[in-house]
Write a protein that binds this ligand. Structure first.
Ligand code: ADP
Ligand code: MG
Length: 725
């Protein structure tokens, strides 16, 4: 008997070459293989009589090979095999290309099942073009054969393939394994299966690969999607419950103090900002940790909201840590704070790889070394500390290689900027760092990536949500234009004019340099990719030919972090006019003077991504522009790009993006680790709803899953798979 854990290398008949190809698809065990699901099915279930075949039909026939011979097509250098196959109603020709080995398999007199498309031949007859074939044991009568067929005479599964690994090969492998598989444990609770009419695991495994009817395959797919969504929801609920049982600092909501602080900033908060701030303050007042996501478009003013809460925390003698993905952003947040709250005397620190700064509201800022900073933080002399994620999550090492962790005296509030998920593990580490109190700090994540609501509820379901859905008053709309190739020169002339007026320009390209990999072009999308503009080429062109008189620089992911920071700093200081870059430039960097965002090969980017690029301009008082360049004259591409012009806000666009590209592309599996099928079913609100309902039901009944050992075990492995940690 074969079990799910059996390694494929232990199964007879799989050669090393095949194993290697499977490994490329990350298929190494029986489980991996069986969870490699077909993405569609060809319906060859009806066996046609040869006399009934019509042109254009996808058909299965069964008959005897009456003749078979090779033919060489000189013009196209192709090796062609022609066979004549007959049943009791007539005979038909079949043709295969470049499959020389067939001559040793398909011999005259053999009974075969063939499935393929019926096409018209030049001489007016018909033939089966490149059909899938299957030998039938001559002694078995027709009626008995069907259930043993894998490739023809049934609904035939089609798999995502890799080079040298065909659907046929996969079917060949999967069928006998399924026949010999020992029963798989059901990890979904029985009452859930029953209540929602979910297919049982063993049946589902068989039906997803070899369904008798399309309806069965649908139910099987639904099962797997439901299963994953259900696990996600249970994990989310469990995390919520865990936090609800933990203790945190309960901070007094001091509205008078907030009012005083608001008076120090030169603008009025928008209604959404106020609402979000209130939600955060309320959470800080609770005795269990906050776990909140603050979402809002680029420039919607998330930072000040988070800072106001930090001020209130400091007022009560507790510490806040403010983490940004890059040094530039950490610097920016720190400066923002200093500018608005110059009289804050509780101690503010900035800590980056290059060193640290402290500020005590005395108008003096002093540079201090890291160890000294660490001491001050540990002593509680610094109440608000700005830094990079590295400050806490992947803390640096001392020269001796030992981890040097910063310890806090009384860390009560942690803000994480532009990182979707702050892992459970990192959180635990932080608690460790907040050692003296043993209380869990409150958490606030901030993100400008607009994520549609269905996705947020599922994937970030353990987080409470605050949304800033308006921009501060008085922001000028960014003028967005799609630029056709023939207008490129005009666009350059316009850009030059803007630079003369003192503005700065971003140029974004999808790739770094020409043909980084062996790009063998097999379809349109690969061709598009191959054609996409590169940073290095555009940089050469712009600095050499187009704008030789301007200061042009480039920035991309292969450069060292230090180098990138330097360039970004220079750009911020106005020492660079035109910055050619990949998508690496940070979200959230405030460069009021950058007024032009030019995006090359715009069709290569998702709408949400384009939206974020555009958000990097339009922060200052100048009218800003976004130019979308595309070399493709495709209506679809225009339509998609145009929705960037029409959309009112990021959320609307995200919904659209999700619709067009599907959740997998939208978030990227690597980013979430959510299985593909579950991802796609996120577009089916019914399944999402049922999965959530089911998870709530189980967690309410038995929060520690004592009665569901299978489920509990399954959750552990699921959690590892989706690397939420
Ligand atoms: P993001 O949400 O992208 O992080 P920021 O917090 O960086 O946005 O804010 C962008 C800019 O808008 C900052 O310069 C900030 O001071 C300013 N700002 C924030 N809120 C308001 C407001 N209500 N009115 C005017 N300007 C604001
Ligand atoms: Mg920001």
């Amino acid at each position: 008997m074969i079990s799910l854990e059996t390694s494929l290398s232990e199964i007879k008949g799989i050669g090393p070459k095949f194993l290697a190809r499977l490994k490329k698809l990350r298929i190494e065990t029986v489980k991996d293989l069986l969870w490699h699901f077909p993405f569609r099915y060809d319906d060859f279930s009806e066996i046609s009589k040869i006399v009934d075949l019509t042109v254009g039909q996808q058909a299965t026939i069964q008959g005897v090979i009456q003749a078979i011979k090779p033919r060489k097509s000189w013009k196209r250098r192709m090796f062609i095999i022609e066979a004549l196959v007959g049943d009791d109603t007539g005979s038909v020709k079949s043709i295969w290309f470049n499959q020389r080995f067939l001559l040793s398999i398909l011999k005259k007199g053999r009974l075969v099942s063939l499935a393929g498309k019926v096409v018209q031949t030049k001489d007016g007859g018909i033939c089966l073009s490149h059909p899938t074939y299957e030998l039938i044991n001559n002694r078995i009568m027709e009626a008995e054969t069907n259930e043993n067929l894998k490739h023809t005479g049934r609904l035939v599964p089609i798999y995502p393939e890799t080079r040298g690994l065909t659907s046929k090969g996969l079917r060949y492998l999967i069928k006998p394994i399924l026949d010999d598989l020992e029963p798989v444990d059901e990890s979904l609770p029985y009452e859930i299966l029953k209540k929602y009419g979910i297919m049982e695991i063993n049946e589902a495994l068989r039906k997803i690969h070899f369904p008798e009817e399309i309806k069965e395959s649908r139910l099987a797919k639904q099962r797997f999607a439901f299963e994953d969504l259900f696990y996600l929801q249970v994990l989310n609920l469990r995390e919520k419950l865990r936090l609800a049982r933990q203790k945190s600092h309960s901070l007094k909501i001091d509205l008078d103090f907030i009012k005083e602080s608001l008076a120090k900033i030169p603008f009025e908060l928008t209604v959404s900002q106020k609402k979000s701030l209130w939600e955060i303050l309320k959470d800080l007042g609770k005795s269990h940790p906050m776990n909140r996501l603050l979402q809002g478009d680029v420039g919607s003013g998330k930072t000040i909201v988070a800072i106001l809460a930090a001020l209130m925390v400091a007022r009560q003698g507790k510490q806040s840590a403010f983490m940004a993905p890059t040094e530039i952003l950490a610097n920016q947040h720190y400066s923002t704070f200093k500018n608005f709250f110059a009289d804050f005397s509780g101690g503010v620190g900035l800590i980056t790889s290059s060193g640290g700064k402290v500020f005590y509201g005395d108008g003096l800022e002093s540079e201090i070394k890291k160890p000294e900073m660490a001491k001050k933080i540990q002593a509680g002399e610094i109440k608000i500390i700005f830094g990079t994620h590295a400050l806490i999550s992947a803390s640096g090492r001392s020269p001796a290689g030992r981890q040097k962790n910063i310890k806090f005296k009384d860390l009560a509030y942690v803000v994480i900027d532009e990182q979707h998920r702050f892992g459970v593990r990192q959180r635990a580490e932080l608690v460790d760092r907040a050692h003296s109190s043993k209380l869990i700090p409150h958490f606030l994540s901030m993100s400008a990536t607009p994520i549609p609501r269905t996705l947020t509820l599922t994937i970030f379901g353990d987080l409470d949500l605050s949304i800033i859905d308006e921009l501060p008053k008085g922001r000028k709309e960014i003028i967005t234009k799609i630029v056709a190739p023939e207008n490129r020169d005009k666009a350059y002339a316009f850009i030059r004019g803007q630079v003369r007026k003192g503005r700065q320009v971003f140029v974004i390209c999808p790739r770094i340099e020409p043909s980084e990999e062996d790009d063998s072009i097999a379809d349109f999308s690969q061709w598009q990719k191959w054609e996409a503009k590169t940073v290095k080429e555009e940089y050469e062109k712009l600095s050499g030919k187009i704008f030789p008189d301007l200061r042009v620089a480039m920035l991309h992911g292969k450069m060292k972090a230090k180098e990138k920071e330097e360039i970004m700093k220079d750009f911020k200081r106005g020492k660079i006019d035109v910055l050619v870059s990949t998508s690496v430039i940070e979200v959230g960097v405030d460069i009021p003077n950058a007024a032009i965002m030019m995006i090359e090969s715009a069709e290569r980017f998702g709408l949400a991504q384009l939206y974020q690029f555009r958000g990097r301009v339009g922060r200052g008082e100048h009218q800003s522009f976004c130019f979308l360049f595309t070399e493709f004259k495709s209506q679809n591409i225009f339509k998609r790009l145009r929705s960037l012009i029409d959309a009112k806000n990021g959320f609307e666009l995200a919904e659209k993006d999700l619709e067009i590209r599907g959740p997998g592309e939208f978030l990227g599996q690597s980013q979430t680790g959510i299985p593909d099928l579950a991802m796609r079913s996120l577009q089916n609100p019914e399944i999402v709803k049922e999965a959530r309902e089911a998870a709530e039901m189980i967690m309410q009944k038995d929060p520690d899953l004592k009665e569901y050992p299978q489920l509990k075990e399954k959750l552990e492995s699921f959690q590892k798979e989706i690397h939420l940690e």
